[in-house]
Design a protein around this ligand. Sequence first.
Ligand SMILES: [Zn+2]
Length: 304
Amino acid sequence: MSSTTPDSRISLGRRAFLQHGALLLTGISAAPLSRLAAAAEAKQRGAVRIGLVTDLHYADKPPAGSRHYRETLAKLKEAKAQFEKDQPDFVVFHGDLIDSGKSLTQEKKHLETIVKAISAMPFPKNYVLGNHCVDQLTKAEFLQGVGQQESYFSFDRGGYHFVVLDSCFKSDGTPYGRHNFKWTDANVPAPELKWLQADLKQTDLPTIIFAHQPLDLKDTDAHAVKNSSEVRKILEASGNVTAVFQGHSHRNKYSEIGGIHYCTMVAMVEGSGLDNNGYSTLDVYPDGSLVLNGFRKQKDYHWS
Ligand SMILES: [Zn+2]
């Protein structure tokens, strides 16, 4: 465990600045660094490195609108090659791993295919549940398919605390599955809120949250977790949460609320061809700085 203290944590409330490329990392070097050199330097500085991929929507079916379901396999292969260069400590899949099939059997096949492709990545993996993951499948079936015990949980790594949230519950607290829900009704139910509050209370470490449905929108927004304001209240009250990474709306978006960075990442499924791919690596530093290196359509961010 590192010697991170509250004083060395990211300074909350400071306005984040956005830039393209990891070439102007304040305090590292005035000279431009190549992405590879910056990656090597990040490792030397003891950062935890995380691979991030969201909204893959893999399905063996023709494209619909801007969603190219089959192409996810090639896009994932590109992300794998990049991650093999950058050597993340772990990878987070931020939900909507699969898209709907004609039958439950077909959806299970989609999951099997994408998990097989993901298993070629030689890194520990964490999965956030997306609404499409548990459209027909039950949570138990999805979790069994990806080899994960829980849908929400936390862990420590390199002086940071990481929390995976599950917002795939109806407003009455029923878990999604077997077509029993509307995608606009996403909630973090009372037992999970209670767990979250207790989990954040037991740590002094700077904390990063991984979610699928956005937590920075108005509760009434179609893409929002319906009780986002309640969740944000808990995150802000802990005083430890520095950033939330999320997917679901498929577009790059950034906001800062109550001193917490909210980053919505671009969907891998959107657009045809590798030029339209999107994924990233996140470096977290002992001094609290966060650097998101976005590839293809994913934007870069540097928060210090
Ligand atoms: Zn999606």
